[in-house]
Design a protein around this ligand. Structure first.
Ligand SMILES: [Zn+2]
Length: 737
């Protein structure tokens, strides 16, 4: 939820009684989206001792300890009922109760813990008593959406039938009162309603929910992805009054398209989420899997700018944080899970894995005031984890996230069990020949081996599949009962072990966790350092022994970063303003540690600039044609005009600005054409703290032979259809050794 909408009036849900009970309509659309693989839906999966289990238990205990009277106080007060207890504060009273019901229902399904179930039922029934007539209606899309989700979950995972009555009641109200004019986005996020309403329809068969879900489809936005077009090019058509896309809700809405596909089978919904996923991975995600600096989707080439304005020396340190951690992880988990279900493909599991370790899984615990690590910070010159924002949206998604851990580790179809995540856990699966138990024993990602103990009462034939992560470029070593297996392991695919299992077999997987560098998608620099899926950050060694990873597997001396062959160095801009405590700046005892290991208030650096050999400024370039200059920028527009420059190195970057009247240029190196580069970019996106109206253009080519090269950039007559002109500009070239 956007933080600018911090003051939300307390919700009172009123239902005008007397509509009568609606008969369930059982007719369903004929088509349904094909589901290739199924999650376990919170049943039969247990986390075993490890990071995820610790976080799950900690969050579960924290939320269970909240007093029911405190939670219910605002609802009771507004209904004129006796309201003991102390108000939680913050913006509580709107969305979170619905999401907490979801979380409790799913946690109950996972653990069988009746204390969670009883608390959820009590909260729901007491909340329902505050639904009364004759009061002013003040109930909005966002809250309705989350309560629909909560009630659907109370029915699905606890089997509570009252939940459906309450759902019908609030929907009576919503059908008559929710504003359907669909103004853009904030603050109601109406465009996320489809998912839970389609779930309500799927569960109950009541066509009413199908029809109401349809009302909230975000056709304009989904359709851009379905057609494979740019959401920024058409932003003013989609959102005439707003010039930005709120990140979390614009990923969350995609789960509405996913459910629309599931219940209708219409292909364009699937195209929407497949293309959106690619768009997000290629243009929006940091190494952590996080996205949405200042809660915004960013324009082309906008991502490096958010770490710092490298190109023009302009600092964007106004960006307070880069990822709305809990809500953002939740939207990504759901989108990835739906994609895995529909396509059966392993590649979508990678985003889940990143966020499990570096997103919600790297959050520090909430404090007793209800403050949460709302945003994750990736600033180039350093950052700290901090708690802020009392009782708001992320406090709604955090407990659902940790419950969701149980739903994204394993998948299945009739013949195969799929292992998506490598975490200590246990799954029971009703396989083709009977019940199978798989116990995952591992210290991954801090150790490189994963043991899958496959157990059953009788021998059984089925396929055991595991995801080969995209980062596992060397594949995965597989041993079955200590014998080397020739199982094919292709990054981004499922590896399959199909055999007759004896009832007591062990598969051992071994990953290469050697540290590697990973730039932002499509760029040369800055880079992050990863071991497997884990983002490593530079920080000081921890004082206490117990917080250091066992045997120091993940700890490296600071000079590793400085070494010649890794081509990374610390950035030399000590005067740059950065949101850090300067007194704790880099010291000689720096080590690389997992981002998830960083505690509240500790200083760390996640991104590093590559060591470059030189800048080539316009004064050192040779210009042919009619070039003008405007500050740092040189530009021309006549086709045929060109500039040339010499550089030494294996990698070159041409930096400039994206303009709405920019054209296309031919780039050649040493007399050979290597590319046509399109410098067009939409420059109308602006929110405070994240100015996307002046965005860098960065074209790069790597893999050249060492030594001196000549680059030539020539303006072509053709242009991007969206562009108003053929201008080409340059600020400088950057060469890397
Ligand atoms: Zn949030």
């Amino acid at each position: 939820m956007a933080r600018m909408n911090h003051r939300i009036s307390v919700v009172v849900l009123i239902v005008i009684m007397g509509f009568g009970t609606r008969a369930y309509v059982t007719a369903r659309p004929e088509m349904q989206g094909k589901v290739n693989i199924q999650p376990f839906n919170y049943e039969g999966v247990q986390l075993l001792d490890g990071r995820l289990k610790h976080q799950f238990e900690q969050v579960k205990d924290f939320y269970l300890a909240l007093r029911a009277n405190d939670i219910l106080k605002v609802f009771r007060e507004h209904a004129g009922l006796r309201a003991p207890g102390k108000e939680l504060g913050g913006a509580f009273g709107t969305s979170q109760l619905g999401q907490w019901l979801s979380a409790f229902a799913r946690m109950y399904r996972v653990t069988g813990d009746t204390a969670i179930r009883d608390k959820a039922v009590y909260l729901m029934d007491e909340w329902a008593k505050t639904i009364s007539k004759n009061e002013t209606l003040d109930y909005r899309h966002y809250t309705y959406d989350k309560m629909v989700g909560g009630l659907v979950d109370m029915y699905e995972y606890i089997g509570n039938k009252s939940a459906l009555e309450y759902l019908a009641k609030i929907t009576d109200w919503a059908e008559n009162n929710l504003d359907r004019s669909n103004p853009y986005a904030l603050p109601t996020e109406w465009y996320t309603l489809s998912e839970n309403l389609y779930r309500a329809y799927e569960l109950t068969g009541d066509k009413r929910y199908f029809d109401f879900a349809k009302v909230w489809e975000y056709t304009d936005y989904w359709g851009i992805f379905a057609k494979g077009e740019s959401i920024f090019q058409d932003i003013l058509k989609t959102n005439p009054k707003h010039e930005s896309y709120h990140a979390y809700s614009h990923v969350n809405t995609l789960s509405g398209a996913a459910m629309a596909y599931k219940v209708t089978g219409e292909r364009h919904y699937l195209d929407t989420i497949v293309n959106a996923y690619q768009f997000l991975q290629k243009t929006q995600c940091y190494a952590t899997g996080g996205y949405g600096p200042e809660e915004q989707l960013v324009v082309a080439d906008g991502l490096p700018e958010t770490l710092i304005g490298i190109c023009r020396g302009k600092s964007n340190v106004d960006v307070r944080f880069h990822f709305e951690t809990s809500c953002g992880s939740w939207a990504a988990f759901k989108l990835s899970r739906y994609l895995m279900m529909f396509t059966g493909q392993a590649q979508y599991g990678d985003w889940i894995e990143r966020l499990i370790y570096n997103g919600v899984g790297a959050m520090v615990p909430m404090n007793d005031y209800g403050m949460i690590m709302y945003g994750s910070k990736y600033h180039l010159y350093g950052a700290q984890k901090s708690l802020f924002t009392v009782w708001f949206c992320c406090q709604g998604t955090l407990p659902i996230n940790v419950a969701e851990y149980h739903n994204i580790i394993y998948f299945h179809d009739r013949e195969n069990l799929y292992v998506n995540l490598f975490v200590p856990s246990k799954v029971q699966w009703n396989g083709p020949d009977g019940m199978i138990t798989v116990v995952q024993e591992t210290f991954f990602p801090e150790k490189d081996k994963v043991y899958l103990h496959v157990q059953s009462k009788v021998p059984s034939r089925f396929g055991l599949k595991f995801r080969v992560p995209l980062w596992a470029r060397d594949g995965v070593k597989v041993r079955i009962n200590d014998v080397i297996s020739e199982t094919a392991t292709i990054p981004g695919k499922w590896a399959t072990i199909e055999r007759k299992w004896s009832g007591d077999d062990t598969v051992m997987l071994q990953f290469n966790l050697t540290p590697r560098i990973e730039p932002l998608p499509g760029y040369i620099s800055p880079v992050a350092v990863l071991c497997g899926p884990v983002v490593m950050v530079a920080s000081t060694a921890r004082e206490s022994e117990d917080s250091i990873p066992a045997e120091g597997d993940l700890r490296f001396p600071a000079d590793w970063l400085m070494s010649e062959d890794q081509k990374i160095s610390y950035s030399a801009s000590p005067s740059m303003k950065a949101p850090i405590d300067r007194s704790r700046q880099l010291h000689t005892n720096q080590v690389l540690r997992p981002f998830y290991d960083i505690k509240e208030g500790e200083y760390y650096r996640m991104y590093f600039e590559s060591a470059r050999s030189m800048f080539i400024l316009p004064g050192e370039l040779v210009f042919h044609g009619n070039w003008s200059s405007d500050g740092l920028v040189r530009y021309a527009q006549e086709p045929g005009s060109h500039f040339e420059g010499k550089f030494k190195g294996t990698l070159v970057v041409w930096e400039g600005l994206r303009w709405e009247d920019a054209g296309i240029a031919e780039v050649s190196i040493d007399g050979k054409k290597v590319a046509e580069a399109d410098q067009y970019g939409y420059t109308g996106v602006y929110v405070p703290r994240l100015d996307q109206r002046e965005v860098s253009f960065r074209w790069s080519l790597s893999g050249l032979k060492g030594g001196e090269h000549t680059i030539k950039v020539t303006i072509l007559p053709n242009k991007n259809p969206a562009s108003h002109g053929t201008k080409i500009n340059v600020i400088r070239l950057v060469a890397y050794p």
